[in-house]
Every structure is written in C-alpha cells, then in structure tokens.
Design a binder for this molecule. Structure first.
Ligand SMILES: Nc1nc2c(ncn2[C@@H]2O[C@H](COP(=O)(O)OP(=O)(O)O)[C@@H](O)[C@H]2O)c(=O)[nH]1
Ligand SMILES: [Mg+2]
Length: 257
C-alpha cells in the first residue's frame, strides 16, 4: 500500500481553504485518484463539500457557546484548544478510509490553528513525516506590494510554527487579471522589483524596516513563489498536485499506476 499524504489548507479567514479542499478532491476524483476530505473547523456552517471526517461530529461550536456561556470568539478559541482532545478519534476515522491523500480543511481563522498549540499537536500526531501545508494567500491581500510582503511574513510564521514543507498559493486567481497575476509572480522572483514597489507605497520612515523584511523573505528559498489557483476550471490544481507529489515521491505520479 502507498503511504498517505496529508495536505493542510491554511490561510486567513475567507482565503478560500474550504473551496480549494473541495476543488482538489473533485479534481482528484475526476482522475481516479483516491482522496478524502477532513473538516477541522468546529464552527463551519456551510461547507461546499460533504466531509468524510468531520470534527463537528465531536465538537460543536454552538454547544460550547451554550454550555460555557461564551460568545463566538471565546467559543472558537475553546474549540480550537479542544481539537487536541479528539485527535485519536480523528486519526482512527481517517485510517478507516485507507486512502492516498488526506485533504485537511482548517478553521476559518488562521491563528486558531497555527498559533495555538492544538494545531501543531494535530499535525505531529496525525503524521509528522508526510504532511504538507498548502498556504493560501488571498488574492485581495496580495495586490499591493506591502500586502504581498505582509502575507509572506504570515506564511513564514506558519512555516516556523508547524515545521512542515509548505507551498504558497495565490488563491482566487480567477478574480485577478493576467497582468495582476504576472505582477505578483514578478514580485515573487525579482527582489529589486518588489523593493521598488514597496518604496513607492511606504513612507520613507519605513525604509529600514522594509529592507530588513525583504532581506528576511529573500533568505527563504521558494517562500515568495506563489501557485495561482482558482475555482473556475480547476485553475492551477494540477500544478499544485504535481508540486506536492514532487515533495514526497520524487516526481512519481500516482496517475501512472
Ligand atoms: N472567484 C472565486 N471565489 C472563491 C474562490 N475560492 C473561494 N472563493 C469564495 O470566497 C469565499 C470564502 O471561501 P471559503 O472557501 O469559504 O474560505 P475559507 O474561510 O478560507 O474556508 C466564498 O464566498 C467562496 O465562494 C476562487 O477560487 N474563486
Ligand atoms: Mg472554511
């Protein structure tokens, strides 16, 4: 049996995690590839897919709000911490599928999964060797140079926290023009162009800070390369899949079996 791969979709609220989890699963299904979806968001209301494994079977945001008299934000935090208590159940449920790809949709707010201990614990507990983070940069937040840099810093922070291989994605790229996508791609591989764009945007008092941050970003290989994806026509999903395969199988394609 092949070894499974865990793909975690992580990004700021509304960046398109649930939608990409759905499109990726559909795309795999169309190619006869085996995958399951796992929802780790206890507060998810309208998921675009029907999860194979669903944390809401064990934790309910509504129940936590009612039982502890918490508002939505407090309950979200309590639920995020409680995720760790259900990891064995989640793992057993995932294992019962005996599948190749496990597509994990994470809570709406990135900080609930990335910055609290439970997220890190879950990734390690489920499979520390064969996990990859698909980090979604929302198209709307990457259109300006300073937005782009801020998103990359959040991505680096996620990488630092979770310590797993990571692929950065420019999500909802179907909402951007060809020129806008090319602009983001150029910022990703031409540090001088990014630096000039930042200087045009930020007041000169930020010059030193900008230089320091750009130096930091440029110090990470591949951190600034973004894969454009979008829900129309499975835009970019094949490239994303190939990149994940390369990470784990040295390029061997499951489709060739
Ligand atoms: N045009 C377009 N809209 C998208 C795409 N992905 C997500 N959306 C929309 O963005 C909103 C948030 O998406 P969702 O997947 O729920 O984000 P999440 O909070 O990160 O899980 C929804 O209204 C989606 O329909 C995409 O690739 N293209
Ligand atoms: Mg979601």
């Amino acid at each position: 049996m092949k070894q499974e791969i865990f793909v975690y979709f992580i990004g700021t609220a509304g960046s398109g995690k649930s939608t990409l989890t759905h499109s990726f699963k559909e795309w795999m299904g169309l190619r006869g590839l085996d995958a399951i979806t796992v929802n780790l968001d206890p507060g998810a209301e309208n998921l675009p897919y029907d999860p194979d494994v669903d944390i809401r079977d064990w934790i309910s945001l509504k129940e936590i709000m009612d039982s502890y008299g918490l508002g939505p934000n407090g309950a979200q935090i309590a639920c995020a911490d409680m995720l760790a208590l259900n990891t064995s159940d989640v793992k057993n449920s995932i294992e019962s599928f005996k599948t190749d790809y496990i597509l994990v949709d994470t809570p709406g707010q990135l900080e609930l999964f990335v910055f609290r201990e439970a997220g890190k614990y879950i990734v390690k507990f489920l499979n520390p060797q064969r996990s990859i983070i698909a980090y979604l940069v929302d198209h709307a937040l990457a259109k300006t140079a300073s937005g782009f840099v801020s998103q990359l810093l959040l991505s680096i922070s996620t990488n630092f926290r979770l310590g797993q291989p990571q692929i950065n994605i420019l999500s909802k790229a179907d909402m951007l023009s060809k020129e806008e996508i090319e602009q983001v791609e150029r910022w990703g591989h031409d540090p001088d162009e990014l630096s000039n764009a930042i200087s045009n945007e930020k007041a000169s008092v930020y010059r030193e800070m900008s230089e320091g941050l750009l130096q930091l970003i440029n110090g990470f290989d591949n951190q600034s390369k973004l894969f454009p994806t979008g829900k129309e026509d499975y835009l970019g999903i094949e490239d994303l899949y190939t990149s994940i395969q390369l990470q784990f199988e040295g390029g061997e394609d499951l489709m060739k079996d």
